[in-house]
Design a protein around this ligand. Structure first.
Ligand code: URA
Ligand code: SF4
Length: 277
């Protein structure tokens, strides 16, 4: 095994068993235990709501919370337009523009918008997908189950979302700022409507590396519909900024066998920064 004690600790932060990335070392005598799966959320009580309005989402991003007894009342929202001049807004103006935005139908179901979090001049920028239930409730990206994994992954390479220097404190944003109903995938016109906000966030942060997590981040930033597995492992660029594609943490929760590849992607991003000095 070529892992130092420190690397082993990092891998453990990410929930990676060191035996997952074996070198030609002799195989352990005993078969490794099966990969611990994330405990499935407890089934909702039998008396859970009768007519479920929406089909179960294809991609459960966060463990489904017990469904509300009643669907939230539908507000009649007249879809507006985005304010002009996003491309020259400063942080406070951009934040206000997002919080009042009604440019796509996702505004109807949100509790609040989820703008972004972290250092305004972070060296690392993380781009995810869309707020889930917890994020919608708390107004911060990646605070649910996926967020816990993301935080562990970041910690494994010495990064955090908490107050720190711009080398160590990341900036985290999503491709859409409002929660899609039932955590469904964002639709193309929703992604398109929301994109200028992300574009401006990136322009303000001026990151040295972007980590694009999952297919929607990739669609927005690279205009590519290729699978993540084909895009990861090499360096792309977005507006001159090196961009590394990796799996979305929600995917990794369902496919822990790919955590090792996500680790490689983090190391690649780290190498880019180290090489840039
Ligand atoms: N998944 C995302 O992509 N973003 C979040 O904020 C939470 C879960
Ligand atoms: Fe506006 Fe984006 Fe929310 Fe749609 S998802 S309403 S474009 S902030």
């Amino acid at each position: 095994m070529g892992f130092s004690e420190r690397q082993t600790m990092m891998l453990e932060e990410m929930g990676i068993r060191v035996w997952m990335r074996p070198e030609p070392a002799p195989a352990p005598a005993v078969a490794p235990p099966p990969v611990a799966r994330v405990a499935p959320a407890p089934a909702p009580p039998v008396s859970s709501p009768a007519p479920s309005p929406a089909p179960a989402p294809m991609v459960a991003r966060v463990a489904p919370a017990p469904a509300p007894v009643q669907a939230p009342p539908r507000r009649e929202v007249v879809l507006g337009t985005r304010p002009a001049g996003i491309e020259s807004m400063d942080w406070p103006a951009l934040r206000d523009a997002v919080s009042g935005c009604t440019a796509c139908g996702l505004c109807e179901g949100r509790t609040q918008t989820v703008f972004g979090v972290g250092h305004e001049h972070a060296h690392w920028m993380i781009v995810g997908e869309a707020p889930g239930e917890q994020e919608d409730r708390q107004g911060e990206p990646f605070v649910g189950k996926s967020g816990q994994l993301l935080d562990n992954m970041l910690r494994a390479v010495g990064l955090t979302r908490q107050a720190e220097s711009p080398e160590r404190q990341v900036y985290i944003a999503n491709t859409v700022k409002c929660r899609p109903p039932s955590n469904r995938n964002p639709e193309p016109q929703e992604l398109a409507q929301c994109e200028p906000f992300l574009v401006r966030q990136i322009a303000l942060v001026k990151p040295r590396v972007i980590l694009a997590m999952g297919r929607f981040a990739v669609q927005s930033l690279l205009r590519s519909t290729e699978p993540i597995g084909r895009l990861r492992g090499r360096v792309h660029t977005y507006e001159g900024v090196p961009l590394v594609v990796t799996y979305h943490p929600a995917y990794l929760l369902r496919n822990p066998e790919d955590k090792g590849r996500a680790w490689d992607d983090l190391c690649l991003a780290r190498e880019i920064l180290d090489a840039a000095g």
